[in-house]
Every structure is written in structure tokens, then in C-alpha cells.
Write a protein that binds this ligand. Structure first.
Ligand SMILES: Cc1ncc(COP(=O)(O)O)c(C=O)c1O
Length: 396
């Protein structure tokens, strides 16, 4: 078989496990196998490791270790924050039933709020966003009423990379007695997670987005904020999240996060350089191409585009045949022929949104990879457009 290059440009979907993280995890996959809830020596060893990990993460979040809840990932953290605070307000008869979010959230937030509003007696406001997927602070403030329990706004958008003005939103939310949750799954490892600077009450992260293992995440829950657990079971994690703790995963997540912030300046420089190469190369060489998301206020590793007269799934297939792994809008949407609802909310037409591409770089991406990806994309887009024109002529 002909050798093709393997160019992975989908680091927003997931990242490979850093070998140093695997080394940190290994003892907890083998020798230290105790259940953190057991009182004997095996349990205590595992519990010590989990508590060390909690402290490491708390340092990065600038919060107390007791404000961190370990979960199975971003989806669970989002569900726990939103469902948990909504149910608490309902149970306590606080006279509040309103939820706020945006149309550009990950489905773990969007569908959770949708379900609460559709079946469970809550109301919701989906704020508009501008052409860059940015929420307007004044509109956010106006949407907060005395009935609002929680607002959930994504930190850095998974499809278009735009970074939300969280400190400004938090100021408005706090003045109005509204809890602010953010899905920081894409931001973690690149942007500041200091909850005092961000001003958020709850924040979700997922280890596999920052070179940690899959299936483990965390929720920051500000002291004094109450939630009802979305799962029922044991009294782990201060009663917030039942289930035996994933010791190795938690140790790995803490190590991965610590490494990401120790090496932050170095990695971000690398990402920005490669991302800018992608953006400049693609926009200058491919006619009728547009960058999606904010040109400056965007995740350093993230480039996203729409191409006129291109169909995303065809584009991804042809890129894959050339060894390039990319996404349409987000990994969750790949294979779904419906245009991205995020791009539609940003004002793109269905036809424009139908030709989207997300290229996200990472630690192991090289300049050669990027140059190859640009050349290949130029070639593939031209070929697909030619084919489309030929089909159109044929159909007449
Ligand atoms: C913004 C965002 N939130 C949540 C998730 C879900 O995280 P997990 O895969 O850990 O459930 C993802 C994953 O793609 C994401 O990008």
C-alpha cells in the first residue's frame, strides 16, 4: 500500500495521552488498586493520590480543593452543574425556574437545558450571538431576571474557537443573583482557569482535551453553591457525585493539567504560529473561503472555515484519503449531514454552513504537517468544486 502522511489536525476532538501522564498513572492502574472509599491501607493509598490530584487542580483553578468534584468528563460535569442547580432551586421552592444559555453551546449544555425546559417545568432564554459567536454583555444582563437560576456560557467555542467575555458576564450575573456556569472543556490547558479572575460559580473540564486520559473530568463548584446530584448512589465527592473514583484517571488529569500550565507559554507560541500559518495559507490560496469565529479572541490552537460550493463530509473524506484527520464543525457532528447549528446561529446560510472545516493543531503538529495540509486542501477544494460544476452541467 502507498504510504500516506498521517497529519492529525483534530486536537479539539481529542488529544493523545502524554507519555509522562501515562507514567504518572501507571502505579494506579497496577499496584495501587485500592478503592478510595476503603479504610484499609490500599484504600488510603488511593485516597492520598486522589487528594494530591485535587490539590494540584485547585492550585490551577485558584480555588479550594473541596470545591472540585471529579466526574467522568465534560458531559457529566455540564449535566451536573446545570441539572444540579436547577433541581436544587426547584426543590427548595426558591420561586426560580429560568435558565439562560447561548445557541453555540456544546450539546452537553444545550440539550440539558433543552430537556429541563421541554419536560421538567423550567423556562429558558437562548441568547443571540453575533457573527463571531460572541454573546453581548448587555443582552446577557437584560436576560437575567429574578426568576433566573443559572446561566451557562461556553468559555471557548468548540466549533469556531471564540472566547467568551466571562469576567464581564460574571459581574452582571453576580449583581443579579444568577449563578454562572462555563463549559471550559476546550479552554482547559490553554486559557486561564483562575475562577476568581473568571468569576464563574461552576466550571467543567475534561482531561482528554489536554493530553490526559479519556473518561475523566472535573466540575468546579464554588463553596456555598448548592446542587442536587444528577445520579443517585454512594456519598462520594461530598455527596455530589456517587460512584467509585477513577484513581488513575484523576491522577492523570491532574498531571496533564499541571504540565499544560507549566509549559503553557511554549505550547501556545507553537499553536499560534501553526494556526496563523493555516489561516493565512488557506484564506490567501482558496477562493471563496472564510474564517469562522472571532479573528483575535479565539483559542490559540483553533482554525475554522467555511468554503463556498463544498460539502463538508465529502471534503473530510477526501482529506482523510490524503492522510489528514480533521472535523467538520465538531467531532460530535461529523457524519451528520445537517449544517452546524452554531454556524446558523452566527448568521451563516445553510449553504455556507454546509461547507465547514475545523483544523486544530497541537503539541505534535509540525510546520511540515501544516504546509502539507494547506497544499492538500487547495488541491481537494479545487477538485471538488470542478466535480460539482461538472455534475451541475450534466444535470441540466
Ligand atoms: C466544549 C465541549 N464540552 C463538552 C464536551 C464533552 O466532553 P466529554 O467528551 O469529556 O464528555 C466536549 C467534547 O467534545 C466539548 O468540546
Amino acid at each position: 500500500m502507498k504510504h500516506i502522511r498521517d497529519v492529525y489536525l483534530d486536537y479539539s476532538a481529542t488529544t493523545p495521552l502524554d507519555k509522562r501522564v501515562l507514567d504518572a498513572m501507571m502505579p494506579y492502574l497496577t499496584d495501587v488498586y485500592g478503592n478510595t472509599s476503603s479504610t484499609h491501607r490500599h484504600g488510603r493509598k488511593a485516597e492520598d493520590a486522589v487528594e494530591m490530584a485535587r490539590q494540584k487542580i485547585a492550585k490551577i483553578f485558584n480555588c479550594k480543593p473541596s470545591e472540585i468534584i471529579f466526574t467522568s468528563g465534560g458531559t457529566e460535569s455540564d449535566n451536573l452543574a446545570i441539572r444540579g442547580s436547577a433541581w436544587y432551586a426547584q426543590k427548595m421552592g426558591m420561586g426560580k425556574n429560568h435558565l439562560i444559555t447561548t445557541p453555540v453551546e456544546h450539546s452537553a449544555v444545550g440539550r440539558t437545558i433543552g430537556q429541563l425546559a421541554d419536560f421538567l417545568g423550567f423556562t429558558s432564554t437562548i441568547l443571540p450571538v453575533d457573527e463571531y459567536a460572541m454573546v453581548d454583555v448587555e443582552e446577557f444582563a437584560n436576560a437575567c431576571t429574578d426568576k433566573t437560576i443559572i446561566a451557562s456560557v461556553i468559555y471557548s467555542n468548540n466549533e469556531v474557537g471564540t472566547i467568551a467575555p466571562l469576567p464581564k458576564l460574571a459581574e452582571q450575573a453576580r449583581e443579579r443573583g444568577v449563578l454562572l456556569h462555563t463549559d471550559a472543556v476546550q479552554a482547559a490547558g490553554q486559557l486561564s482557569l483562575d475562577v476568581e479572575v473568571l468569576g464563574v460559580d461552576m466550571m467543567s473540564i475534561s482531561a482528554h482535551k489536554f493530553y490526559g486520559p479519556k473518561g475523566v473530568g472535573a466540575l468546579y463548584l464554588r463553596e456555598g453553591v448548592n446542587i442536587i446530584p444528577s445520579n443517585t448512589g454512594g456519598s462520594h465527592e461530598e455527596g455530589h457525585r456517587p460512584g467509585t473514583l477513577n484513581t488513575a484517571g484523576i491522577v492523570g488529569m491532574a498531571e496533564a493539567l499541571a504540565l499544560a500550565y507549566e509549559e503553557q507559554a511554549y505550547h501556545l507560541g507553537h499553536y499560534r504560529k501553526l494556526r496563523d500559518m493555516l489561516v493565512d495559507g488557506i484564506l490567501s490560496r482558496i477562493p471563496d473561503s472564510r474564517l469562522t469565529g472571532h479573528p483575535q479572541e479565539r483559542l490559540p490552537s483553533h482554525a475554522s472555515f467555511v468554503f463556498a460550493d463544498i460539502e463538508t463530509n465529502q471534503l473530510l473524506m477526501h482529506l482523510d484519503m490524503k492522510g489528514i484527520s480533521a472535523s467538520g464543525a465538531s467531532a460530535c457532528k461529523t457524519g451528520n449531514p445537517e449544517p452546524s447549528s452554531v454556524l446558523l446561529a452566527m448568521g451563516f446560510s445553510r449553504a455556507e454552513a454546509g461547507g465547514s472545516l475545523r483544523l486544530t493543531v497541537g503539541r505534535y503538529t509540525t510546520e511540515e504537517d501544516v504546509a502539507y495540509a494547506i497544499d492538500t486542501l487547495v488541491e481537494v477544494v479545487e477538485k471538488l468544486r470542478k466535480l460539482r460544476r461538472a455534475n451541475e452541467v450534466h444535470a441540466k
